[in-house]
Structures are given as C-alpha cells and as structure tokens.
Write a protein of this length. Structure first.
Lengths: 286, 324, 493, 324
C-alpha cells in the first residue's frame, strides 16, 4: 500500500483559529534562506500564528523526514522551500494524503498538489545578469562564470538563464564551480585570472562567490566587472562602495511574507494564484 | 592511560556481567532518550511517528550495517555516501532508459557491490589504508556521479507501482524501507554471529596476522566485506531514489559520518574485533530519534548540531565508563 | 641498595595474582626468581616499579617504606626493569630507541645527538654489540632487540636491574656476554633480579633463588644449598622425573620434502625431507634464517625458487590458507602477535583454522564446536576455568598450549613448531614434549626450530643446522652434540 | 596482506635507499605534476601564479602541519574545519565589538588551541577514540558557530592595515600567508625533528604502551598535540578571515579531508609513528597544484573530482610500491 495504515493517521483538526505553520527550509547556511525564514516568522508573528521551522541542510532525504516530522506535529499548513523540486514531490504527496495544504517557496514541486508557488524566477535572473553584462562589457566580451554547488538547483537554473543569453551574445571562456563559497570564489577567480587574462566580466551564481572574486580581482590589479546574485547585505554594501558592479537581488523577506499570506488564504478558503512572483531587481551602483 | 595496559583486566567479570552491559548499554541509552523525548512531546509516541521514525532510520541503518562489518575488521569506509549517489544515479538512468525498475534496482545494487569491491582491492592488493583508499574513491565516485548526471537530478522514473512501494509503501502496515531494514538486519545478524564468515570478520579485526596464519583468506574476506558495504549503500540508495522519485547527484553527502556514528554509538570499537550489529541498529535508532525528536521539539537546526555533538560525547563516555 | 617486599597482594579483577608474597634483595647479589607461568613473577616486579599499584603490603627500600607511582620514578631512584615483553619502537632507529623518554638535550632544549651517540657507542662496546645505531629497530632480530633493551637499562646507572627472561631470545654467545656484564655489575655493587625458566642459567650465575607458586613465595635459599630437583619440585608442587620424555620414533614414509628453496638475501638452496612420525630439529644461531624458511614454506613470504612436495606430489603454497588446506600447521615463535587473538576466547581461538568444518550447512554448530574444544582442552591440559575465558588472560604457558591445540585440531600431516617452548615453564614444557611424542606416534611429521640446544638434542630424531641461510650440516640423533651443532652453526666445518 | 607481516623486512636496504625514496617520493610526484601542468598551460609557471599557489596552499598546509603531529601519534582530528570556523567567527566578533584586530587574532588562536585541548582531553581522560571524539566536536563546534553567527557571515571588520596585510599583503614580495606558513613550517620542523617533544610524538605513535612504560607523559603530549592542531586551524582561520574580510559560518567545511590527504600524500602513515612534516608540505603543494592547475586548464568541476580521486590513488599506490 502507498498509504500509512488508518490507525496511524493523526486525528484531523478542524479548528482554524490558532494556526500552526510548518516551514521546511532547504538550508540555513546561506543568508538568503535565513532572510526567507525571517520573512515567514515575522509575517506569522504579525498575524498571530505560530511557526515550526526545520532545516534540511540541503539534503532532500532529510527534507522528506523533516516534512513528516512537521506533519506529526499537527501543523495546519506546510510552507516548503524545496532542496530539490523533483525530490520533494513525495513529501508533498504525503502532506496531500493527510490533507494538509502545501505552499512552496523559491522552488516548486514536480508532483503532488501545491496550492501556490512563491518565487523569484532564477532562470529569469540569470538572463538579467547576462543582459547587463552584454550591455556594459559589450557583445562577445570574454566572460567567466562562477558556478554554485554542482547539481544544486540554483546552480542549474541561474546557469541556464545566463547561458540562454550568453551563448549567443558573450564568450564564456571560463566556467568553474566555487560551491557558493566565498573563499573558493576567491581561489578559483585567482586561477581564472591567471588562465584567461582577457576576461572582461564575471557572473557569479551567488553574492558570496562574487565577493570572493572581487578580492581576487582587486589584488590582481585588473579591471573586471562582477555581477552577483541574491542581493544580500554584504553585496549591497559592496555595490554602494563601488566594489561590486551589480547583483540580481531577490527579495527573500517578501517571498516569506507572501507565502504566509498565501497559506492563510488557502486555510480560509480563499482562492490563491498558483504562481506568486516575488520581483527580482537588478541592483547596480548607478 | 593505565587502561591501555590493563586491557582485558576484569577477566571473569567481563564474561558474565560485562557482556550484558555491553549489549544493554546502547539500548539503555535509547530507552532514556525515548522517555525524555516523549515527556517533552507526547506526540512522539504516536503510531504514525514511530512508523516515520522507522522509515527515516532505515537508510542510515542499512549503510551502518555494512559499516559494522568494515569497522569490525578494523577498517573504515568513507565512500558509502558517494556509492549511494552513483549507484542511485545509474539505477535511475536505467529506469529512464526503459529497464524494469526492479531489475534496475538489482543491477544498481550489484554495481554498488562492485564499487565496494574496488575499495576492497585497493585496500588488499593495493595495500592502501582504508581511510585514504575510501577517501579517494569517495571523491572519485562523487565526481563520476556528477559527470554522469551532469549535475542534474534524474527524474521521470515513471509510475511503476512496485518501485514506488519500495521507498514509500507499507507492508502489513509497516513502511517498506523499515521492512527491508529488518530483513537485512536478521540476515546479517545470522551471518555475523553464526557463520564462519562472521567469525572471520571478528578474527581479522582482533589480530590480522594471526588470522592470516590460521588460514583465513584475509584479503578475500576483506574484499567481500567492502563489497557488502557498497551493496548495502546501493540498496539504501535505491530506497532513497524511490522515496524522492528521482536520483539526486548530491545524495548521500556525509552519510558516512552518520553511519560511523551509529556503529560507534552501538558499542563497536573503531579498532576492530569487538562489537555487534544489534548495537548498530540501536545506534541508528538513537541518531534517528535525536533527529526526529529534536524536530518535534522544535529545536532550531543550529542547536540540533550542538545537542547531537554533546549526546554523542556523553553516550560514548558512559559506554566507556561502563566497560571500564 | 636493599629492597624488601612484604606481604604483597595484587588482584586483576577477580584474579588474585599476588597473595601475600615476600621478597628481599640484598645489595650486590644476583637473585633468581622462578616459578611456573602465571605464578606472578612479572607482576611482582611491576608492582615494585610502580607500573601496577599494589592492593596491600609494603615495600622498603634501604629501610624506608617507599611506593613508586610509575616506572619512571622507580628508574630515577635507581631501579630499572628490562621487561619480558620487548618495548621496541620498530620504526625508530636503534639510537632513538635507546634514548626514548630520556633524551639528552643541549642547553637550548634541542636534542644532543652527538652526545647520545657517544654514550650509546660506549654501552654497545661494553656488551660487545655491533648493531649500527641508525638501523631501524624493527629490522633487528629479536636477539638484537633484546640487546638494545639491555643496553638501555645499563645506561641508567641503576643500582637494581630487574631482568625478566632476558635470554629467551639470545644466542649462546650473546648470553655469555650478558653473563660477563652481570658479574661485572655485581662487582660494582649492583643488585640483579633474574627471572628465567632456564635452570642451567640460574645455577650458573645466581647467588640466591626465590621460588613462587600461585602468587606466594614458596622458599628463598642460597644457590649452593639447593639443587635442580628441589627447585622444580617447589615450583610445580610435585616430582618431575625427566625433562625430556623418551622418544620412541617409528618413522614411516617421507611425507614432506622441500627442494632448493631460495629467497635472495635470506636463504638459498634449502633442501630437506621429513618422514611420517619423525621430529626434525632445526638449529642455528639467532638470525640464521630459520624462521624465514618456515614462513616461506607456509606461504607467508614469497619464494624466489624451490619446490615443496607433500605426500609425493608437488604443491604450490601461495598463502597460509593453502598450507592449512594441505595439512600443514605452523606454531609461530611469537604467540601474542601471530599466534593468538587475545580478545577471543580459548574456544574461538582453537577452532579458527577448522571453522568451516563446523558449519557444513553454513551455520556454525555450537555443540560440535564445544565438544571439540573441550576435548582439546583436556588433551593439552590447558589450565582454565572455562573455554570461554579470553586467551589474553591466560599465563604464557597456557597460551602456548592453546596455539598448539589450534593446530592439533586440524589433524595436521606436517607440523612446524618455531621455538615451541620459548618462555614456557618446565612443567608445561614437559607436557608440550609429550604431546609432540603423541603426535608423531600417530604419524605426524614435525619440524621443530629451536634455539635451546638441550631441547633440540632431547627431542629431535635428526638435526639440521642452518648458518646464514644455508644448511651446513645434518646430524642424526646418536651423533649430535652441543659442540658439533655450534661448529656447524657458526659456519665452521 | 603480505606487506603487513613483512613490514620492515628489507633491513639493510631500507636505510640506504629506502629513506631516500621515502623523502623523495612525494617530492618527485610534485615535480611530475608541475611539469605536466606547465606543459599543458605555460602560464602556470608565471611568478604571479606561483605566488597565488603559495597563498592558496597556505591555509591547507597550516592545518595539515597540525594534522601531521596528530596522525604521527596514531590519532586523527576531524574537527579542524569546525574549529577554523568557530575561532574565525569569534575573532571577527571581537573585532566588530572594537577589539584591536591583531589582539583578536591572538585571542582567536588561543581559543582554537583550547578547542583542540578539549579534543585532547576527551581522547586521553575520556578514553574516546580520536575519530569519534573529533567527529562529535566537529558537529558541536560547527553548531556553536551557527548559533553564534545565526548562520550569517560576520562583516564590517574595518580597515586595520595590519589585519588586512595578514591575509592579503605581501612581505618582501611574498604573500604574507605564505610567509606565515613557511615560518610555521620551520618552527614545527625543528620541534618535530630536534626536540624531545617531537621524539615523544613519534614514540607514542610507534608504540604507545611502551612509551607509557618509558615514562613519557602520553596524555600530556597528546593533549598538547591536539591543542597545537586546534591552534593551527585557528591561525588558518585568521588568515581566511583577513582574506575574505569576513567570517563565514560555513568556512572550513571538509577542510579536514584535504588536510588528511596532504599528510598521507606526504608519506605519513595513518597508523602513526612514521612520517615527516616536510612530506606534508609537499602533499599540500600537490593538492594545491592540482586545484590550481585543473582550474587553469579549465577542467570542469565534475572532472576535477574524478581527477583528484585518481591522483590520490595513484600517488599512494606508487608510494607503497616504492617502500615495498
Ligand atoms: N595487566 C594484567 N591484567 C590482567 N591480568 C594480568 C595482567 N598481568 C598479569 N595478569 C595475570 O596475572 C597472572 C600472573 O602473571 P605474570 O605475568 O605475573 O606471571 P609470570 O609469573 O611472570 O609468568 P611467565 O613466566 O609466563 O612470565 C597471570 O594469570 C596473568 O594472566
Ligand atoms: N619481522 C622481521 N622484520 C625484519 N627483519 C626480520 C624479521 N624477522 C627476521 N628478520 C631478519 O631476517 C633474518 C633472519 O631471521 P630469522 O628470524 O629467520 O632467523 P632465525 O634463525 O629464525 O632466528 P630467530 O631465532 O631470531 O627467529 C635476520 O637477519 C633478521 O634480522
Ligand atoms: Mg612473566
Ligand atoms: Mg626464529
């Protein structure tokens, strides 16, 4: 059988008054997701709901367990920030079996019933970054790409968007992973500069790597433009100081807030949009 | 430090009394943990949660069973997480290309066994230290996974019912992964305690030279054991593939550490020759209960790490005290 | 220095090892300490030097009650212990070994290698030892390692030196040198506690003897007032008529033969054969390569060339498992490292080579196994409460019996014994010899490597002598003498 | 398996010839690697790149130096990466709250040493196996880092020039981290080869029981060595903090594996008692050259893993062959 035995199912709750939200985050080792979580908790607090947060540490298997544990705690609505959209499906389906509504954040689920997806479009963001580089560095400029953790969805989507444009408008002559990590971004960038001295611009899949790349570029004395992704505090500060050229800023706090609102609406029987977009914006030094 | 010299001192005692506490030590720990968690959050003991717990534990337990054999010989296998990922990717690849999922799982497990055998050969024929041999293959297998999947998860595994049941279904009300784990446990328990192969495993860990001289085919046994470890990692990978309905290239990252922790919490000595697989089952349940319980208690993931570190230290220290 | 130990008690767990021993050591005497394996000799000395705390009793040194908390403290107070188990760091050089824990420093705290070298040299000269100081200790022979330990002890300017079976691994020549050193130490007023199972040595160099049994001192006497038989009787609690049982060989066909065994740099062109029911003794100096030949026969080391024939057909033995399958057993010279799994029970150790035969259907039959082990325990008179006792808790002699039992259990056609009685007390020795007789009477071919000439002479039907990896001679039973063996062993004709 | 038993057999040979190849083996490997990479991409040999390489290597090398002492005693330290992260976070926290950066670094290093001492005490007083003790503290320290930083990097470390030079500056044209690494190397080389402390380190790894009997204060030496390992990890952390101008909560993840690989590639035996710190320096350079070279050659990160795994295997196998 694909369903838990009847005797094991929890008693269903009808009371909508004190709503308990379950939030499963893909990771809290990254300021972006920390902000996303903060957005959820702040909004929930405002609305007087309680939140249980679990952290999957980027492991889809742990996320499946986490969601089960949240269901066990009798949450009324599940906000899931999937570590991977395919892998999260079965967790969504288990929630569906029990009848708990699911809202996903930042990434969707391939299968199962999801009431709403609140996300900024990573593919779109990658395209925005590429467009900006084409505009500033010129068509067919040599660029480098600092990729995130191999296999992570952000890596794939941002890379995909970037290449949608870059493949015909830019020359991506170096493409290396720096694992979303600042110190690796620094080392890898040092080496790229060494190998490809004619690089004009770098697109980093997140701000951490971009900030690492800046350190490498500064000490090499070259002039290379850097575009990051996420818009975290450090990056925004670096843009203000003129160190970083641009970042594709997401609005994690907003994503969190919108997700809570969507969850509330579903529980109150209101209709919600399937796709709720949190706008991306390209932040530059102007 | 004197203990090092007095080793084996409580001669008579250790047989009558020692072996009882050796067996009960970890179990006692588990029971205490159970009591604490269920007092703090009664929903822990609800049937569904216990079923969840069993399912959650099954993957780590399967890997840890293989790791028990490896550690009993005095070795270590750091590559299990990477084997899990690679075999899972290969299995998914076969399913996508149209092979029957259950046959794909079987082939995947065999491939996992082969990867383990490669470890075994590096260690025996290549005379590499297990730590470094499996550290290298960990990197290698993980790299191959990335190359094979191009860093993308493999999805579209179809709707084969048996395959879905394998990771997500229930058999007589018990989650199928838990059933798999229990059957594997019983088989391996018998192998380890009741067969010459099991005895040889202990012997090699107890004194490898003496084992060799006693006519035990030490290299052969070791290769088989690393093969077993790879096979079980692949089996765990198959369950994960079914649960997640996809193969994740990053699956299994740092699972080796959880498996080793389960083995050690279960009272098996890292220097080999001493320990039992029942302890490993308990060890895996302790780790699973911690994960599950801390989630239920709403402890933030940062504090969860702190708590887990402390619990491991306390558990091992208590075990040492008892056996001292 | 005058040492007095009074009414000492010491137990390990429930095992009461010392139960009220008294011992006194006068200044400038060589005092023998004898007793069966497990009588508590080493333990008593470990208590004296602070390695193990005593449970009860008192120790007086020059009249003042003293209690050392560790061996280092004892050493600083002039008491040095050459342990029965060699304390060697195999990967470090001889020089490093000599000074571990007492390195000489320069004024700025760095190692003063020159000074240490000079000191080591002078000590080695005194012992007539010529081991290169930068040789790795692990590649030294057991005898050389023993000499390193002795040199290390002599360097401490000790007033009391405890020697726990120092000659177990030494050649006659090295033993002679050691005895010279002992007598010169005696003249300097150094006292020596001399623990040994070799009766001849005791009567050759000691002034007084203390015999221990079951953790108590039985008697202390000046050497001239006692004799061999009395000592043995006190040790084992009964008369022991002969040290070597009568051999009554009934040899059959040649069942084992090696031809032209060669391993470059170790041994070359070794050929010999053994008949059913025959004991072939293999003699030679320490490091002559005897053990290496046996290891190669058993498949532990590789051969460069040569053939092994068993029951008239040629066999290739690439691994010990093959040797065991062919019916060859090998009792190694080093039981703790190579013979036993110390954490395993007696039972588990004894069935190790025969496990598969207890599991015809894949599952071990515990009952058959226990019956088999009980039979072996009885037959070899292993002293133990139960077959479940961990081997590590047995005395040396009983451990050796377990190793032998393990190989008797496979029903061997050929049994190789390498130093079968090293560190074994007279009583147990005699039992081992009787067992060898019993085995040969049932047609087992035995190859016995031994450094104890009386043993070789007492038990062999034929003696082969090895010198630097070559067989230099063969002596049939009737014609062998100590002198003839020594001549061949040193390469003379 | 034979090697285990034959260990040390080729008595005479190993002194004249063996020790030379033991020293040269890893160096030879490094030279071969250098030649291959510079043929494939000549820019590898440019002075700037060599300076980069030295700077990149310095962090792993510093950690690996401490790891060498630990491994020589027959232990292992899995917590170095977590110590690096925690001490780096604490240092950054002190700087942000106004302490002089250089004093903060000093205090941070001392705190790292204290964390190492905790490891040492768990291992000696608590009689825990080093693997499991440091596995537990790895989780614990990492958790504490997360709790302390709340998962966010600590930034705003100001513009103190000395502090910036520490990770990013040059001294006589050589990157300061490389200078730090070289000075540390010289000091530790002398400690290990020329002082009783170093001798004791080897002795404990070679034969712990005998060392104890010989009056070596084994627990004290071990505690000091784990303390040293923690201190060096913290020093590496301080360099990283300066280089990145911030403390990252996830810094140092899996650095322990790189450090262990450097030690083993340098020819030090995981079973203790045998090895040299010069080898570790070479080992760290091999790993650094691989990372740097594969980047320069534009090898995709997936294949980088595969190559690294294979290189480690080949290097260790060759080393075994030579010493066999
Ligand atoms: N550290 C220890 N822990 C437990 N038991 C021990 C320990 N040391 C010795 N024993 C036990 O104490 C008893 C006496 O051992 P001891 O080594 O003193 O005997 P011995 O007289 O020196 O014998 P041998 O002639 O074989 O050297 C033995 O039964 C032995 O097993
Ligand atoms: N484990 C070992 N490691 C290194 N060298 C060894 C080892 N065992 C023996 N040797 C060396 O091999 C040579 C032959 O030693 P072997 O042990 O075969 O001699 P033996 O005649 O049996 O003497 P013994 O009575 O000491 O065993 C010696 O030079 C010895 O130093
Ligand atoms: Mg003794
Ligand atoms: Mg020998």
């Amino acid at each position: 059988s694909m369903e838990p035995p009847g005797w094991a199912k929890p008693a269903k709750k009808e009371n909508l008054k004190d709503i308990k939200i379950g939030l499963s985050v893909s990771t809290l080792n990254n300021p972006f997701f920390v902000s996303l979580k903060d957005g959820v908790t702040a909004e929930a607090k405002k609305l007087g709901m309680s939140v249980k947060v679990v952290d999957a540490q980027n492991d889809s298997a742990k996320q499946a367990n986490d969601v089960e544990d949240l269901i066990q705690q009798g949450v009324d609505v599940l906000l899931i920030n999937p570590a991977d959209s395919a892998a999260v499906s079965s967790a969504v389906q288990s929630a569906n079996h029990i009848g708990i509504p699911v809202v996903t954040l930042d990434r969707s689920a391939d299968k199962g019933k999801v009431e709403a997806l609140v996300a900024s479009d990573n593919v779109k963001g990658g395209e925005m970054a590429a467009d900006y580089i084409v505009k500033k560095a010129g068509k067919d400029a040599q660029v480098a790409e600092l990729e995130g953790v191999p296999g992570a969805s952000a890596t794939r989507e941002r890379g995909k968007g970037f290449h949608n444009i870059a493949d015909h408008s830019l020359k991506v002559t170096a493409k290396q992973s720096a694992d979303f990590d600042r110190s690796k971004g620094l080392n890898v960038m040092e080496n790229i500069i060494q190998a490809k001295p004619d690089i004009k611009a770098v697109f980093a899949h997140n701000d951490e790597m971009a900030l690492g790349a800046i350190e490498a570029i500064n000490s090499s004395g070259r002039n290379i433009m850097v575009v990051g992704f996420d818009g975290n505090d450090d990056a925004l500060k670096a843009i203000k100081e003129g160190k970083l050229d641009a970042t594709v800023a997401q609005q994690p706090l907003l994503i969190g807030r919108l997700a809570v609102d969507a969850g509330r609406d579903v529980l109150q029987g209101k209709k919600v949009k399937k796709n709720i977009a949190a706008p991306l914006k390209l932040v530059t030094k102007k | 430090m004197k203990a090092a010299i007095n080793e084996g001192t409580p001669a008579a005692k250790s047989n009558i009394f020692g072996s009882v506490t050796q067996k009960l030590g970890p179990l006692l720990g588990l029971i205490i943990l159970f009591i604490i968690v269920s007092i703090l959050n009664p929903s822990f003991l609800e049937p569904l949660n216990i079923l969840n717990l069993l399912r959650q534990v099954s993957i780590n337990a399967l890997i840890a069973f293989g790791m028990t054999f490896v550690i009993l010989t005095g070795g270590i296998d750091l590559s299990v997480g990477a084997i899990l990922a690679l075999s899972s990717a290969l299995t998914a690849g076969m399913i996508v290309s149209g092979l029957d999922p259950m046959i794909a799982i079987l082939v995947g497990c065999i491939l996992g066994g082969v990867m383990g055998i490669i470890n075994g050969l590096l260690i025996t024929k290549g005379k590499m230290a297990p730590f470094i041999a499996t550290l290298a293959t960990m990197t290698l297998f993980r790299g191959l996974t990335m190359v094979y999947t191009d860093g993308n998860p493999i999805t579209g595994l179809g709707e084969n019912r048996l395959f879905q049941l394998f990771g997500r279904g229930y058999f007589l009300g018990i989650p199928v992964p838990a059933v798999t784990m229990i059957i594997t446990f019983v088989v391996l328990f018998i192998v380890l305690q009741k067969t010459p192969f099991g005895r040889n495993t202990y012997a090699i860990g107890g004194n490898e030279k003496a084992s060799l001289i006693s006519g035990i085919k030490v290299p052969k046994v070791k290769v088989m054991i690393y093969g077993l470890s790879g096979l079980l990692a692949a089996l765990a990978g198959a369950i994960l593939t079914s649960r997640l309905n996809s193969a994740q290239p990053t699956a299994g990252t740092s699972y080796e550490l959880d498996a080793i922790a389960a083995v050690v919490l279960g009272g098996t000595s890292l220097s080999g020759g001493k320990g039992r697989i029942f302890g490993t089952l308990i060890g895996a349940l302790i780790i699973g209960t911690l994960n599950n319980g801390l989630n239920l208690l709403g402890v933030s993931s940062f504090y969860q790490m702190v708590v887990k570190g402390i619990v491991i230290i306390i558990a091992v220290l208590l075990d040492r005290k008892k056996s001292a | 220095m005058h040492i007095e130990m009074r009414n000492i008690y010491k137990a390990f767990g429930t095992n009461q090892v010392l139960a009220g021993v008294d011992f006194d050591l006068a200044s400038g005497e060589v005092h023998a300490l004898m007793g069966e394996n497990g009588a508590g000799k080493s333990t008593m000395m470990n208590v004296l030097t602070g390695l193990h705390p005593k449970d009860q009793g008192s120790i007086f040194i020059d009249g003042t009650e003293t209690s050392f908390s560790n061996p280092k403290e004892a050493e600083q107070n002039g008491i040095t212990f050459i342990h029965q188990e060699l304390n060697i760091w195999p990967d470090m050089t001889v020089l490093e070994n000599l000074f571990i824990g007492k390195e000489i420093k320069t004024s700025i705290g760095l190692l003063n290698t020159n000074k240490m070298k000079a000191l080591a040299k002078s000590q080695f000269d005194r012992l007539a030892v010529s081991i290169p100081l930068d040789k790795e200790a692990g590649s030294c022979s057991v005898g050389e390692q023993q000499m390193i330990e002795i040199a290390k002890a002599l360097m401490t300017d000790a007033k009391v030196i405890i020697m726990d079976e120092p000659t177990a691994a030494l050649t006659e020549r090295e033993i002679a040198k050691l005895f010279e050193v002992i007598s010169s130490l005696k003249k300097e007023g150094v006292s020596i506690v001399y623990i040994s199972h070799r009766m001849e040595e005791i009567f050759a160099i000691c002034d007084r003897i203390t015999v221990m049994r079951d953790g108590k001192t039985v008697d202390t006497k000046p050497i001239p007032e006692t004799n061999f038989d009395e000592v043995v009787k006190k040790m084992v609690g009964r008369e022991l008529t002969d040290r070597y049982p009568k051999r009554n060989p009934q040899t059959g066909e040649t069942i084992f033969e090696v031809k032209g065994l060669t391993k470059s740099g170790v041994f070359r062109d070794v050929s010999f054969s053994v008949r059913a029911g025959e004991i072939v003794g293999i003699s030679g100096l320490m490091g002559a390569g005897r053990t290496e030949i046996m290891r190669a026969i058993f498949g532990l080391d590789s051969l460069d060339s040569g053939e092994i024939w068993l029951n008239g057909s040629k066999v290739t033995i690439k691994a010990p498992s093959k040797a065991v399958e062919s019916g060859i057993g090998f009792i190694t010279e080093n039981r703790k490292e190579e013979g036993l799994i110390l954490d395993f029970s007696i039972k588990e150790n004894m069935v190790l080579p025969t496990l598969a035969s207890f599991a015809p259907k894949g599952i071990i039959n515990e009952k058959n196994q226990s019956d088999f082990v009980d039979m072996l325990i009885k037959r070899l008179t292993v002293k133990t409460e139960s077959a479940e006792t961990a081997v590590g808790n047995l005395s040396g002699g009983n451990q050796q019996k377990v190793v032998i039992a393990k190989w008797v259990g496979i029903g061997p056609k050929v049994l190789i014994l390498d130093e079968p009685t090293r560190g074994v007390d007279v009583g147990a020795k005699r039992e081992i010899y009787e067992l060898m007789n019993e085995l040969t009477s049932r047609g087992v071919a035995i190859i016995m490597v031994s450094s104890e000439l009386p043993e070789v002479l007492g038990m062999s039907d034929r003696i082969l002598v090895i010198h630097e990896g070559k067989i230099t001679g063969e002596l049939p039973m009737g014609q062998a003498t100590q002198e003839k063996i020594m001549t061949l062993a040193t390469g003379g004709q």
